[in-house]
Design a binder for this molecule. Sequence first.
Ligand SMILES: [Zn+2]
Length: 259
Amino acid sequence: MLLCSVRGCHLPLIREDRRLHCPRGHSFDVARSGYVNLLQPQERRSKQPGDSTDAVLARRRLHDCGVTGPLFEAIARMADVSTSDIVLDAGCGDGFYLGNLVCRTNFAAHGVDISTPAVDAAARRYPECEWIVANADRFLPYAGASFSLLLSITARMNGSEFRRVLAPGGRLLVALPAPDDLIELRGVGRDRVDRTVATFAPGFKLADRRRATTTADLDAAAVSDVLLSIYRPIRSGSPQAMRVTFSLDLLLFVPSNSE
Ligand SMILES: [Zn+2]
């Protein structure tokens, strides 16, 4: 189901040992940790394609200390994934959500992100999933109607590509930072729900929405990790321990009948 990412090609990729190639001869290596990098040379050269190693590691430490566990549980309930699902996590980051979902329910799991350090971390920890580095803003390198469930968890969204790769009867779960997410560190944020529903309106209709909120008493190191993960500068002097709110708006979409 993987497609060649070369502009104007998009033919199916065939796997041979540690290499994938398309019928036109474009080829891509499988990395030592098992992911495939489908970024084009001009995308690799961009200053910072996606999350940096520091941000990836900071976010993973936060996940590992359990603060995002309640958010994961809320996402798992809404996703309601079954063993027959074929799932794509678009903007998968370090693989925390997809990797833990597949540990719980054994389904076919695919993750894509533009950040090589993030996908490398995902592939090392969750080898049972297929991990791809690609620029999903432009093109999701998968055949049409490949997936029964798409996840977009605090990631960039590409509605037309989401619609193309989603099978009939499929569903799309979008998680957005809620206005009170990290409110102690960055003040009240925007409510992104209405705008997101409008953005997806040509291809999707909203089927369900919930808000998942949790608070955690973080030590100074964990507060630093939150700041790193959102690219906030850490001012002189180490951050103070504090209680921090983590909050997501969860939106479940289904394809609208108009298409
Ligand atoms: Zn090709």
